[in-house]
Design a protein around this ligand. Structure first.
Ligand SMILES: [Zn+2]
Length: 752
């Protein structure tokens, strides 16, 4: 567990206490607030819990004690609330004897209510975890002196991915979540399930699996207990997709040695594989055995499976062509049906993640089908229709809110709201994937606010919301401890409990937890500004960028990405792809707005700086600087790409536009000048979100180089010009000697 005093966990603690201190210390004297901590008298002296209460209640009391700077000795067992003395917080259940109906009547689902009276607080939960939820958001109720405050969740189910660095109870408290998906590793050997396959494994592999199974089971037992002690359920993550050769190469080969007819026949040029044939009964015997064994060893309440790509059973042999199992929607139906058949008799649940992204396209020699993204492929609903209509309704269906990969500001999913009678869950993959991987400020609060509201209308109060907080391709990273991007976690929590929470207020409440009082409003503003700046940085004209935020290596790759992450890949948005001077002007204006937004972020940082700690100021300055340098290069590339597209179209009409040479040369110079400044840092510097100094990170902060792509765009653009005007009329002051301009031949031009 992370015991450092950083991030949402303990900064919440510190700031809540500070606010408690305002009632005794003079309000407004908190300028250098942190020093006041030692002087302030605590407002509460003890926390009372019911005798013999559920472990979750004890954890809630401990989190509260930490926030109030009380020792665990201050947690006392109590049987009744009638004689609650002043300075006490009492944790009770709604069905406990003596708890007034005025307090309990408004509690719904697993919510809670707080009654405040004359220096006493009674916190009443629907069930044990409700008290953890209360402990995670004391900023809403700790300062109350009178009346009753009720807090009920907007969604019956709140799912979260588990983060191993923090205790489950703390994650439950911070997120207000009641279901988790965790890595509960299983060492599947199929020794009991399919001994004939097991026998084909080498003795050394058999021994290794037996040894790791015992270790896995022990670890899983302890972790699952932690979830149940926090009064929440846990699902074990199955391996991604359903390409069995990726799940376990050893078992795959052993299986095919016994059942050779189960080998799949791939479609020619398909990016999807056909490790196994779904028409062969042995295939499903294997899948069921494997899933059952994962479920057994995990000891979880259910299993979670993910079907985005890597289907692995996209088989096109005669059998599948005849019975329709060469179609994605039938394969999905078969897979989900068999997974469910494996876990249902064990009394375990099945959680299914769906998604669709990108229009169909060629990736080298392979065809990417991108099923379920509408327009050129089948619709999201059509892809999942058999699963929705023809599998047991107990299966939970979770869909990413993003209808493209993943942010910034993508279209809303077209599947949400269409999966009934299955319970539906809206997924937020908050990993910063296409907005700088959380190296930079990457707030998505306004987006989460409007999409959460819309999702709730579609999935209803019995539906769910999910969050996966983390950092794609980052090492040593902890989003909870991130002094910038923890705002996205805070916002998700707030909105899943109050759909009408206002984004500006969320930024403000979050900043009040994280920063000294006089810095907080400026940091709230800086992060609010970052949301638009990031969207504009990675999304030229509403189209997307690289899946992992990095620079594309060449034009071909960049144009493939435009197809793949183009969030408006619909005919009505085609005009924004047109290679026109108007679109060049639009993208110039858009990118200027992005850079102006970053300047405004810096202005807020300057205003906050005198009130930040030295470490906070240094970290934020470094990360804002990283963002600015990246954005300068990225905007130069995006604008130049559109100029290139414009000049390519002009060349196709046997003409050109000489006015483009100057801005292309300027973009070239900007990238040349700024590329060496990308991700500059002092190796000794320590960020809140990393557990080691920057120099010791296993994965160095880096998003690739913009130089190669800039050179290609520049040289090919000038080649188009020269093809029309000849070398004499290209203005010399805009020719960059380091780049060779190869005028394309007529036949090359036709292929461009
Ligand atoms: Zn087949």
């Amino acid at each position: 567990m992370n015991t450092e005093s950083t991030g949402l966990f303990s900064t919440l603690t510190r700031r809540s206490f500070l606010r408690t201190a305002t009632s005794v210390a003079a309000a407004g004297a908190l300028g250098d607030g942190l020093d006041l901590l030692a002087q302030a008298e605590p407002k509460f002296a003890a926390i009372l819990v019911p005798a013999g209460a559920h472990p979750a209640v004890r954890s809630a009391a401990e989190i509260l004690a930490k926030k109030l700077s009380l020792d665990n000795d201050a947690i006392k067992e109590s049987l009744d609330t009638d004689t609650l003395p002043k300075g006490m917080i009492s944790l009770v259940f709604k069905d406990a004897k003596g708890v007034s109906a005025t307090l309990t009547s408004s509690i719904a689902r697993d919510g809670y209510a707080v009654s405040a009276m004359d220096g006493r607080l009674i916190v009443c939960g629907a069930r044990p975890r409700s008290l953890l939820f209360a402990a995670g958001e004391t900023h809403h109720w700790l300062d109350r002196t009178a009346g009753t405050w009720t807090r009920n969740p907007e969604f019956a189910m709140r799912f979260a991915s588990h983060h191993g660095d923090h205790s489950v109870a703390e994650q439950v408290a911070i997120l207000g979540a009641n279901n988790f998906v965790a890595q509960l590793h299983a060492s599947v050997s199929l020794k009991d399930e399919m001994p004939e396959v097991y026998a084909k494994l080498s003795p050394s592999v058999q021994q290794r699996l037996a040894a790791t199974e015992a270790d896995d089971m022990k670890r899983n037992t302890a972790l699952v207990k932690e979830f149940h002690d926090a009064d929440v359920e846990v699902f074990a993550d199955l391996p991604y997709g359903n390409n069995f050769s990726r799940w376990s190469e050893g078992l795959y080969n052993a299986f095919l040695a016994v059942y050779p007819s189960a080998k799949g026949t791939p479609e020619e040029h398909s990016w999807e594989r056909a490790a196994l044939c779904p028409s062969d009964p042995a295939t499903w015997k294997l899948f069921e055995a494997y899933v059952r064994e994962c479920a057994r060893q995990s000891q979880a309440d259910g299993v979670a499976c993910t079907f985005w790509d890597q289907f692995g059973i996209f088989c096109h042999d005669e059998r599948c062509q005849k019975n329709g199992l060469d179609q994605f929607k039938n394969e999905l139906h078969a897979a989900i049906t068999h997974y469910y058949a494996a876990v249902q008799p064990m009394g375990k649940k099945l959680h299914l993640r769906t998604w669709s992204s990108g229009c169909p396209h060629w990736l080298g020699a392979d065809y990417v089908h991108a099923p379920g993204y509408s327009n050129f492929s089948q619709s999201h609903y059509e892809l999942w229709s058999r699963v929705i209509n023809d599998t047991p309704k107990q299966i939970l269906i979770q869909t990413k809110v993003y209808h493209s990969d993943c942010e910034p500001d993508p279209r809303f999913s077209t599947l949400l709201g269409h999966c009934k009678p299955h319970p539906e869950i809206v997924e937020y993959q908050m990993v910063g994937q296409t907005i700088g991987r959380h190296y930079f400020p990457a707030a998505t609060v306004a987006y989460t606010a409007w999409t959460m509201k819309k999702a709730h209308e579609l999935v209803g109060v019995d539906g769910g919301a999910e969050i996966s907080p983390g950092g794609t391709n980052q090492s040593n990273y902890d989003m909870y401890a991130d002094l910038l991007n923890s705002v996205d976690i805070f916002a998700w929590r707030e909105l899943t409990w109050n759909l009408n929470a206002n984004p500006a207020q969320i930024y403000s409440d979050w900043a009040a937890q994280m920063y000294p009082a006089q810095a907080a409003p400026h940091m709230a503003k800086a992060m609010l500004l970052s949301e638009d700046a990031a969207n504009l940085c990675w999304s030229p004209l509403g189209h997307g960028s690289a899946t992992n935020s990095d620079f594309a290596g060449d034009i071909e790759r960049r144009e493939t990405l435009l197809r793949y992450t183009n969030r408006y890949y619909l005919p009505e948005y085609a005009k924004t792809l047109e290679p026109t001077k108007e679109n060049v002007a639009r993208i110039v204006a858009e990118k200027q707005k992005c850079l102006a937004g970053i300047d405004a972020m810096f202005a807020e940082l300057e205003a906050a700086k005198p009130h930040l700690t030295e470490a906070q100021a240094a970290e934020i300055s470094t990360r804002f600087d990283w963002f600015r340098e990246f954005a300068i290069c990225n905007t130069a590339l995006d604008v130049s790409l559109w100029r290139f597209r414009y000049l390519r179209a002009q060349a196709a009409m046997l003409t050109t536009d000489p006015a483009e040479v100057k801005p292309l040369a300027e973009a070239f110079d900007a990238v040349t000048q700024h590329a060496p400044k990308l991700f500059a840092f002092d190796p000794a510097q320590k960020f809140t979100c990393y557990d080691v100094p920057l120099g010791q990170l296993r994965v160095k902060p880096n998003l690739g180089s913009p130089v190669r792509l800039m050179h290609e765009i520049y040289s090919k653009s000038l080649a188009f010009m020269e093809a029309s005007v000849g070398p004499d009329y290209l203005p010399k002051e805009f020719i960059r000697a380091e780049v060779e301009i190869n005028v394309p031949t007529e036949s090359q031009r036709q292929r461009m």
